[in-house]
Design a protein around this ligand. Structure first.
Ligand code: ADP
Length: 265
């Protein structure tokens, strides 16, 4: 909408300054587009060689080419872990650039709230139990359906539940909940009894590549950014309440009701 704003600047003397500022914003937006394209092209190009590298490493680990010594196995396993981590980061970057570019359409449909939470809990149980934690589901009985893209929303839950498990200790409980919210929204949340978020990091955790300093866990700092983009694409919002040392509560709003699928997508 730059030309329209320039027209205002032209006709009303004194608005030239505003026009210049908006022009700058447009430049930034263009730069963002270029960056987004670059990121997605590079990620795409890197995925193919990385995938064949991972396959080769798996074959070595299966000892298809002869037995490995202990030292060799250790090195090959480390290579596999790092290559797989890199692939996850590339996939996250691709997802994020699609979401930020508005290229990924939402396939919305009515999804029942309680079964959605049960499915998510079931899907994550193995990982959560392996970490010595438990998961509890609490879905308010008055809730019926949300109008969402189930695959995308699944991604949000996976990212939040993975974090809750990754950052919390053994013997803790993770609660997955849904409750009514004003204005035809449902509030979903993942509550944990982990370390919480330090106050100075609270304003940054949804930023791209941000990780709380001195966090020992390996992550790229993209999971929450992706979660936020997906929620925002649905017209909702996401936030975190945290008590340092006691736990975190990541919650987000998704629309209820019967908004026609693709009209809202
Ligand atoms: P990452 O891949 O590093 O986990 P995220 O974007 O998912 O990236 O999270 C950003 C940062 O926020 C994490 O690196 C971690 O420091 C912090 N964080 C996220 N979830 C939790 C949580 N449930 N408890 C404590 N810290 C968390």
């Amino acid at each position: 909408y730059l030309p329209r704003i320039l027209a205002i600047g032209d006709s009303l003397t004194g608005f030239g300054g505003a026009a210049v500022i908006l022009q700058d914003v447009t430049k930034f937006r263009l730069l963002d587009d270029v960056k987004g394209n670059l990121v997605s092209t590079v990620s795409h190009e890197l995925k193919t060689p990385l995938t064949s590298l991972i396959m080769a490493v798996h074959m070595l680990l299966e000892e298809s080419f002869g037995p490995l010594t202990e030292k060799q196995r250790y090195l090959v396993e480390t290579s596999r872990d790092n290559a797989e981590r890199l692939l996850r980061i590339l996939n996250d970057l691709l997802d994020l650039s699609r979401l930020e570019g508005g290229a990924s359409r939402l396939n919305r449909r009515p999804v029942s709230v309680a079964p959605l939470l049960d499915d998510m809990a079931r899907e994550m149980t193995a990982i959560i139990e392996a970490a010595g934690q438990t998961i509890t589901v609490r879905a308010d009985a008055v809730l019926t359906e949300v109008n969402v893209d189930p695959e995308r929303v699944r991604h949000v839950f996976i990212n939040l539940l993975t974090n809750a498990s990754k950052y919390s200790g053994e013997g803790t409980e993770i609660t997955l909940y849904a409750e009514p919210a004003p204005d035809a929204f449902v509030r979903f949340g993942v509550r944990d009894q982990g370390p919480g978020i330090p106050p100075e990091s609270m304003g940054h955790i949804f930023d791209r590549f941000y990780r709380v300093p001195d966090q020992a866990k390996k992550g790229a700092g993209l999971g929450l950014t992706i979660a936020r983009e997906i929620v925002v694409a649905h017209g909702g919002s996401i936030a975190c309440a945290s008590n340092a040392g006691k736990g975190s509560d990541f919650y987000f709003l998704l629309p209820v009701g019967n908004v026609t699928a693709d009209a809202a997508g």
